[in-house]
Design a protein around this ligand. Structure first.
Ligand code: G6Q
Length: 544
């Protein structure tokens, strides 16, 4: 029986065994591990879909790694991967398949849901998107007054914002520079107002992206955007030239006033945070064009195949998942840093934050029982080298264990003087410094005053992964995203939790719905004393 087949007790038992192994080994020291094992760097590295992963600078002995590598089989990972790729309804609390892998399957592939091959549907939408994206890019899609579109504004939030916003930034070198692509997500009117301020309604196209087409923030922004547009263009018929929708819900799209002919569909088996490869990627396709978009899908697919086929010991998502599990469940780390050394990946940590924390921030197992172990970490990060001048102090000398993924590229998209060499010198230096530090003896030998030696000592032994790729191309970005998607999936299996629902976002929405009318009335309040007092203060400050 698999660990999770045993109902989750199996994984708790596995954690106890790993902790026992760790205790039995005594302190683990990276300097010593590298000194004693000349093959460590070569053996603790793997490569797939254009990504090279060096995981040798982790606090894992060969014995511990062998024990970790036994986990996928214990939890039945192969069968779980098979169930996802076959379109089984693995999102049980919402009774849906989870098939983002179908979004990047080649045309000739066959993936069935209830006997229907969904791959032709996927490609039919991609083909329609391509026609539309080319029309916008080529200036053939005209606004109501006959001027070509110059500005594209994505209105969406969460999974309908973070993926395309991250990817448009990441793939800017391939973008049509004639077009501005903007993202408005927050219901805070400032976001929309400041974005629209410099734009001209006559040459602005809004892409309203909402799977459900019922999300408060997105519909509020879409209504205000429509009012902004019509204030200039006067005629409601203009909406058809300036608004398109991406949704699963044709009736609500029609009710909003968008012609369903200008709607790009997707399906309930695409989770919001896994939807970049679907029509949710439309603003990205407009920015970079259909063929680059397909290259990105190709990168996703290459990593999908790798995840489905490679044995655990060479499987990049599985390796990252097991290492994360080790820190989270055996060594007690609370967070995970992701540190891209590429300015184009500035939004990548925020994107992954949703993918990881919304998927694995759960505290009941698949049978609804409180888990007896830690689940998803707090994920955070910023691009290097900026972070070095900010929070790296804590990484180097703080009291907390923070495993970190460093992501870098051999070639820059902007080879400007020696910028890239300097960037990458920092990239390599940081993981070296974190792993090997500087001992008191070494610091003293440099002539540092005795009372400063302790302050200037670096303990080292701080774990990192290094992900190195040739260049940040569309295909490499696709592979990178899929790498983390499947890491998250694997960890969800290890923790025996449901990674593809997000019930934890519901309560706040519900309470906001109750509070909204209270803000503009003087009816008695019936919340707790704190919330009552805060709402009363807000009301008082807005009283005429
Ligand atoms: C993602 C979540 C969530 C969702 C947003 C937007 O996995 O489900 O972030 O994407 O709440 O939802 P709509 O696309 O339905 O507006």
């Amino acid at each position: 029986m698999t660990a999770n087949g045993a109902g989750g007790e199996g994984i708790a038992q596995a954690i106890r065994e790993l902790r026992e192994l760790r205790r039995g080994e005594g302190p683990f020291d990276l300097r010593q591990a590298f000194d004693e094992d000349p093959a460590r760097a070569a053996d603790f590295s793997a490569e797939a879909a254009g990504l090279f992963l060096d995981y040798s600078k982790n606090l894992v002995s060969r014995a511990a790694w062998t024990a970790l590598l036994a986990l996928p089989e214990r939890v039945g990972l192969r069968a779980e991967i098979g169930a996802m790729f076959r379109g089984e309804r693995i999102n049980r609390t919402e009774d849906r398949p989870v098939l983002h892998v179908a979004l990047r399957a080649p045309r000739e592939a066959r993936i069935e849901i209830d006997g229907r091959n969904v791959v032709p549907d996927v490609h039919a939408v991609l083909d329609r998107m391509a026609v539309f994206a080319d029309a916008v890019r080529g200036g053939d899609w005209k606004g109501f007054t006959g001027r070509p579109v110059r500005q594209v504004v994505n209105l969406g939030i969460g999974g309908s914002d973070l993926g395309p916003a991250m990817a448009v930034e990441a793939l800017r070198p391939w973008s049509e520079r004639r077009l501005g692509v903007h993202f408005v997500s927050n219901v805070d009117g400032t976001h929309l107002a400041e974005t629209l301020r410099p734009l001209d309604p006559e040459e602005t196209l809004f892409v309203v992206v909402s799977k459900t087409f019922s999300t408060q923030e997105t519909l509020t922004n879409a209504e205000s955007a429509r009012a902004w547009c019509l204030a200039r263009l006067k005629d409601p018929a203009a909406v058809a030239r300036h608004f398109v929708a991406v949704s699963t819900h044709v009736e609500r799209v029609r009710a909003f006033g968008i012609d369903p002919a200008n709607m790009f569909g997707f399906w309930d088996w695409v989770g919001g945070r896994y939807s970049l490869g679907s029509a949710v990627g439309l603003p990205l396709m407009i920015a970079i064009g259909p063929s680059r978009f397909r290259e990105m899908l190709g990168g996703f697919h290459a990593m999908d195949r790798h995840f489905a086929e490679a044995p655990s010991e060479g499987n990049l998502p599985v390796i990252l998942a097991l290492l994360g599990f080790w820190y989270n469940n055996v060594l007690g780390a609370q967070s995970q840093a992701v540190l891209p050394y590429d300015q184009y990946l500035a939004r990548f940590p925020a994107y992954l934050q949703q993918a990881d924390m919304e998927s694995n921030g759960k505290s009941v197992d698949r049978r609804g029982r409180r888990v007896a172990y830690q689940t998803g970490p707090v994920l955070w990060g910023e691009p290097g080298t900026n972070g070095q001048h900010a929070f790296y102090q804590l990484l180097h000398q703080g009291t907390k264990l923070v495993p970190a993924d460093f992501i870098g590229f051999c070639r820059s998209q902007n080879p400007l003087g020696d910028h890239h060499a300097k960037l990458m010198a920092n990239f390599f230096a940081q993981t070296e410094a974190l792993a090997f530090g500087r001992t008191e003896e070494e610091v003293a030998a440099e002539g540092v005053a005795p009372d400063l030696v302790r302050h200037r000592t670096f303990e080292g032994n701080r774990p990192t992964n290094t992900i190195l790729a040739e260049a940040l191309t569309p295909a490499v970005l696709g592979a990178l995203i899929a790498l983390y998607e499947h890491k998250i999936f694997t960890q969800g299996v290890l923790w025996n939790i449901h990674s593809f629902d997000q019930w934890g976002v519901e309560l706040g929405k519900k309470l906001a719905g109750r509070i909204l009318p209270e803000l503009t009335s003087d009816a008695p309040l019936a919340h707790d004393a704190s919330t009552n007092a805060l709402i009363a203060r807000f009301r008082a400050s807005r009283a005429p």
